[in-house]
Design a protein around this ligand. Structure first.
Ligand code: HEM
Length: 313
């Protein structure tokens, strides 16, 4: 009986451990080297979000900004040094949140299995769990990313700007291998969190015709409290749902890059579909997130496992 169980166990590892076109990555990467990595990350994220549910948005955005620049390699976590200004000090990253959760997880993992779990994997797993705890889909991601050693402020020009239209977004995401559908699904991450006035005030001065007149008043009121005043993307800022897409249908999108998804004929049907069918949004979102989590992975000797997520070893 014991032998049979062992056989099932080994088969399960083989079946669920197959690779994803990225040689060294797999679902069970830490099975023997750090077996409790998943529950540790889940517990830490759960506790952090119970204290402050708004941080789910921070973790998901951090993973996106990590993956889009230099691949998912923890480059967004590196601090600037006297010779180098890092990604995190770019204007596009100044409002990133949740670094302390990543530090806390790393500290715990370094106690349990020193030098084993990369910071890049921690960000990817924390983002996965943040989606779940906010009410979104459950999904897993392959692990085994290595941490990068390059983090330069100038690289962050490759992040999409809030002023982008649908064609700009499709072009930029297309360069990373994403489909038009992926662009809309991933933008659905804006079901969580907020934007600061500075990210959308251009729409108020130029009388954006794609902005609902009543909603324009709401945005103006937010901005009356200053450039850093926060506006939630949809009415349920801490719930992962499809309310964001319904907001776009009512011309209540916050950023130009949000509302364009409804106004452009290239993406409008997809927005309508997600607004009507949350289950389909969840399915497409999780698939696109797994794809994003595999962008330009540093495998094997191309990277390292940092001891401290803030600096290279
Ligand atoms: C499609 C192109 C995108 C653009 C132009 C964009 C731009 C922005 C901007 C300007 C903000 C507000 C920043 C601020 O004012 O402080 C924001 C927030 C956010 N973004 Fe995006 N984003 C895009 C795609 C994504 C993707 C793909 C994800 C994740 C998968 C994501 C996740 C988030 C989240 C969760 C927030 C809220 C953060 C918080 O409340 O702390 N965004 N985004």
């Amino acid at each position: 009986m014991a032998n049979l169980l062992t056989l099932f166990f080994v088969m399960e590892v083989i079946v669920s451990g197959f690779t994803f076109g990225v040689d060294d990555l797999n679902m069970n990467y830490y099975l023997f080297s750090c077996p409790f990595v998943d529950p540790i990350v889940k517990n830490k994220v759960s506790t952090a979000l119970q204290n402050d549910p708004t941080l789910a948005a921070g973790l998901i955005r951090m993973h996106f900004h990590d993956c889009f620049i230099e691949g998912c390699d923890g480059s967004v976590l590196l601090d600037s040094t006297k010779d180098n200004t890092a990604e995190k000090d770019s204007p596009a990253n100044l409002s990133l949140r949740g670094y302390e959760i990543i530090d806390d997880i790393k500290e715990e993992l370094e106690k349990r299995c020193p030098g084993v779990v990369s910071c890049a994997d921690i960000v990817a797993m924390a983002s996965r769990d943040a989606v779940f705890f906010a009410g979104g889909p459950v999904y897993d991601i392959p692990k085994g990313r290595k941490d990068g050693t390059r983090s330069k402020i100038e690289d962050t020009f490759n992040l999409p700007a809030p002023s982008f239209n649908a064609s700009d977004l499709i072009r930029m995401f297309g360069q990373h291998g994403f489909s038009v559908r992926d662009v809309v699904a991933l933008s659905g991450a804006h079901t969580l969190g907020v934007a600061r006035c500075t990210s959308f005030k251009n729409r108020l001065t130029q009388q954006d015709p794609t902005l609902d007149t009543e909603f324009a008043k709401t945005l103006s009121k937010t901005c009356s409290a200053g450039d850093n005043a926060e506006q939630s993307f949809d009415p349920t800022r801490n719930d992962f749902d499809n309310a964001y897409f319904n907001s776009l249908v009512s011309n209540n999108g916050v950023l130009t890059s949000d509302q364009t998804l409804y106004n452009s004929p290239k993406t409008r049907n997809i927005v309508n579909t997600y607004a009507m069918n949350q289950a389909l949004f969840f399915l497409d979102f999780q698939q696109a997130m797994v794809k994003m989590s595999l962008l330009d992975i540093k495998e094997g000797s191309r990277g390292e496992v940092r001891k401290n997520c803030h600096k290279i070893n």
